[in-house]
Design a protein around this ligand. Sequence first.
Ligand code: DGJ
Length: 715
Amino acid sequence: MTPIAADPDRRVWSLSTPNTTYAMHVAPDGRLVQLYWGARLSVDEVVPLTQQRTTASGSSFHLPGDVEEQLPVDGGTRWGVPSLQVTFPGGVRSAELEFAGDTVEAEENGHRLDLAFTDGHFPLHVVLHYRVREDSDVVERWVTLKHLGAEGEEPFVIGRADSGSWLAPERADYRYSAVTGAWAAETQLVREHMPFGEFTLANRCGNTGHHANPWLMLDDGTATEEHGEVWGVALAWSGTWRITAQRRFEGRLAVTAGFGHDGVTWQLRPAEELTTPPTLGVYTDGGFGAASRAWHRHARAYVLPHPEAVRPVLYNSWEAVWFDVNEQSQLEIARKAADLGVELFVMDDGWFGKRTNDRAGLGDWWPNPDRFPNGLGPLADGVRKLGMAFGLWVEPEMVNPDSDLYRAHPDWTIHFPHRRRDELRQQLVLNFGRDDVRAWAHGWLDRLVADHGIDFLKWDMNRAISQGGWPERAGDQDRLWIEHTRGVYEVIDRLRSTHPRLRIESCSGGGGRVDYGILARTDEVWTSDNTDAYHRQSIQHGYSQLYPAAAMAAWVTDSPNPITGRTVPLEYRFHVAMSGVLGIGGNLHEWSSEELAQAREWIAAYKRIRVAIQHGDQYRLGAEPGRGLSAVEYVHGDDVVVFVYHPHATVSPAPGHLRLVGLDPDASYQEVALTTGERGHTATGRVLMAAGLPVRRRVAGGDWSSAAVRLQRIR
Ligand code: DGJ
């Protein structure tokens, strides 16, 4: 079966992934509708569905069919949420799109289908793009709008240009899964009954956002971690966005996803094209766990730039010394980090300009002469002599008004004339839509990386965009909201192409910029500023719904935790951080020699199992983290790693066994002690999945009990 099959006579296109089929149809009334999304079917099985379409009949007040549409426009007899909203010259709205042809193309890593439409009167060309891969269940969609008019003609005003609308098949009920949160409390999983009407997740801050993340999953209310049908939709974009689900009384539910927030408009000029970011969709009948694994596999195969790379163990002194960095003290702590087995040393904020606190210096990207009298060379060389790679924190999009940069270029910031420039964290946002700002940012970043052979940048973004104006583009300044994000992407992409060894971490006040757009150009993300291992469990649980462990930076820091004040044993902190990309962020000068020795052992152990964690399939087991015994399991070839967490001793004893998942039932698995390598108990995959791994003994130690278990398939 080819991944893209078409029946041109009946105007049906069917996209197949290894386990699913997604099909579209230009209905007799000219609307492009979704015909099917679910378990895999052949095109011959799909085509007859055109005859069975049961568009519930409407009234003269509403026609319920528009939820089926792939890109419902604001117009005609549609009163639902539009995915495309255009105002044409003379204030004419109500676009009328007519099918103009299809193209199927084999690409290097997949297959692509383009369905083209044109407006019946105005020269607007709309193409809906689809891409599928042979080994991923994720369907990728995006849209291109083009003004085909001649120079001098009036622009079209685009009020909404979503990347596509997805229809969840009719079910008796619907439930959604999403994440909500805040700074230091990102990605808290919410699983709730889907209300009737319109349900919107959105971000208007200019980053991806702390309070929501651009994805939504749907099920009929009965799916579990390992069973049931789940449909997921995500948007690969790091600026403002909106995802709206509309649940109709007649029994259908559609999700439209797109960049920009409501109210933002884009003037599409003659010959101009507007291409939206990808929206991704996944279907599985294997429950939420299978949905997450499909996302993770897709991210590793088709999103992350270096999925094969094993992420190094990092040290970052932010929580240890905050802004108080200098050559001497960083080298001292670097020695301790190297001694533990750390592979990458990253200096955080405070190394440049007059940046001794958050009130000054952003924008002045040269080493602070008092702190680094001989530049960054001695520290970078010193770190390398210790056998570690060297990384730096940067926040290229920001400027403190108290900086030479702002004094020279106050016009470079995002602002409106006649309006205040509200500061947050004493900083303003540089307009990365401007060519000169991007050229400046690329220039100093390129020199910085080249001059010091920088291996790693932590790219931070610490405030929301406010007063989103671009005075030089008066009349079309809203494009700032799109162009700023595109500008950030462009600078990162250029930097990576000239410095292919460079690795980048995306950060925005913790996990404010985590999405499939930024993951396509960075190697990992800073999940949250909250490093309290207990809170991290729920943050990581929410993160893992969509994003892979290979990109999840997680540090072991001090106890009591500087943000929450909670005291958690070192072992538990390690076990939580080891379930992603392990880093150390504590003040090592204050760790006892015993703690340092333990840390050394855990880091060495992590290196033995990290390939399974970073490249393996992940299974979430047990109760919700923090609500009893929970676990995360990774399976990669013959290697299996399980972290078990039991944060609070309860009146009832902890469960005796934890049933593992994803093993070969007929194979034998032997336990291998993580730190000593000693070989232990053997059991078949069947026993481990049916009866379970004995865990009570391992988590019987009162509060903050945890265990790391390594199993190897031996035959
Ligand atoms: C916010 C980040 O999330 C922190 O890890 C740290 O880099 C600070 N910014 C530095 O200002």
